[in-house]
Ligand binder design. Structure first.
Ligand code: MG
Length: 396
């Protein structure tokens, strides 16, 4: 490969988060192959300004007007166009001078910018699984309309994507998602009752944001990933299996109709799937850590325990029910995880709250964005009420 290397212009949504900072690390390693055209960050304005200084984008987007005002005053942002909020994110996601849009925004906030990028026909490196879970139909429709391409950043889905490359349609028999099992894979129900946020944030293999780390500890992350696989690959969720694989070396597998199984392996480092998504279909050496088969230890697999980890069962129920229920589940989980991180509810309250909201919420067809946004909003309200009840009960 190689003499005519084109420079790719990218837009990074969620640049100050865990995915975003690792994306920018990969960009630096790629030494000029990728140019940052625009950045959208969260509340950490100092970090966002520092990123502007390092990458000299054309646009920078703050999450709110206060942040935008601070950026306009900041010396690092002189000559850079400062935008704000969802509107700003949609604008940079559909910018004609951008080829690849990275969606690393936490959760549902990435929804409208993802649709904007899809309608504008971008290559979308998508890390926000909540967007795919809640809004599968609108996203798929926008991708078709704009001729966009979704490249997963989530390590399991990157693995599946790589396994499926070059395979004819209809050849897949099952998809096998691997899960590390999180820090409590061997804990008893009694031990799980006293899990603190600090304990749950200590993930054994992956370095990730707080929400996804807690989701990994409850296995809701894997539940969301079943639905994410459905959205990305059009696979029936019934054909997606989950196996616990504590070392996170085999990132996921595909079994084909002839019985052959393909897997993708690598060290657990998010920069690998990020780099793959940024340069797809090219592969380059950027001196990231290498897998050594002789020292990586035995590759064990065992079945997940849905009794101890009810979130997996809830996600399967959401996949079966369809409509707005996956969006409802994801929204309730978001609220419950935040309440757990704030010390307001116990670890084992998380699945209870999600189940409670899923039982009470109406299910509607999830074709239109507005319906989904409404369902998300109502589910969050119900989840907050459920959190309130539990935190009051705990005080008494
Ligand atoms: Mg994952």
């Amino acid at each position: 490969m190689g003499s005519e290397q084109t420079v790719r212009n990218i837009c990074v949504l969620g640049s100050t988060g865990s995915i975003g900072t690792q994306v920018l690390d990969v960009v630096e390693r790629l030494q000029g192959r990728v140019r940052v055209r625009s950045l959208a960050g969260g509340r950490n304005i100092e970090l966002l300004a520092e990123q502007v200084r390092r990458f000299r984008p054309h646009f920078v987007v703050a999450s709110d007007s206060e942040g935008a005002a601070a950026l306009r005053e900041h010396p690092a942002c002189a000559g850079v166009e400062v935008l704000c909020g969802q509107e700003g994110m949609c604008r940079i996601a559909s910018d004609p001078d951008v080829e690849t849009v990275v969606v690393g925004v936490q959760g549902f906030a990435g929804l409208r910018p993802t649709i904007a990028a899809a309608e504008a026909g971008k290559q979308i490196a998508i890390a926000s699984k909540e967007v795919l879970v809640a809004a599968k139909e609108p996203v798929r429709r926008a991708v078709r309309k704009g001729g966009a391409k979704l490249i997963p950043v989530d390590s399991e889905h990157s693995a599946i994507f790589q396994c499926l490359t070059g395979e004819p349609e209809g050849s897949v028999e099952r998809i096998i998602l691997t899960a590390s099992g999180g820090p409590f894979a061997r804990a008893t129900r009694e031990q799980m009752a006293s899990i603190t946020p600090a304990m749950a944030l200590a993930h054994p293999t992956w370095k990730m944001g707080q929400k996804v780390t807690i989701d990994s500890a409850t296995l809701m992350n894997k539940g969301l990933e079943i639905l994410e696989a459905e959205a990305l690959f059009g696979v029936d969720p019934q054909k997606v299996d989950v196996v616990i694989h504590p070392r996170s070396i085999v990132h996921s597998l595909v079994r084909f109709v002839d019985g052959s199984v393909k897997a993708q392996l690598g060290v657990p480092d998010m920069r690998l799937p990020i780099q793959y998504a940024l340069l797809y279909p090219e592969r380059v050496d950027t001196a990231l850590p290498q897998l050594d088969l002789l020292t990586c230890g035995p590759l064990e697999f065992h079945p997940p325990d849905e009794e101890r980890f009810p979130c997996l069962r809830l996600a399967r129920a959401a996949a079966r029910r369809g409509g707005t229920i996956p969006a409802v589940m994801s929204a309730a989980d978001d609220v419950a995880v935040e309440a757990f991180l704030d010390g307001r509810i116990a670890f084992l309250d998380i699945p209870d709250i999600i189940e409670d909201v899923m039982e009470r919420a109406d299910n509607e067809p999830a074709e239109e964005l507005e319906t989904i946004i409404r369902a998300d909003y109502r589910a969050r309200e119900m989840a907050r009420e459920a959190v309130e009840k539990r935190s009051r009960a705990a005080v008494r």
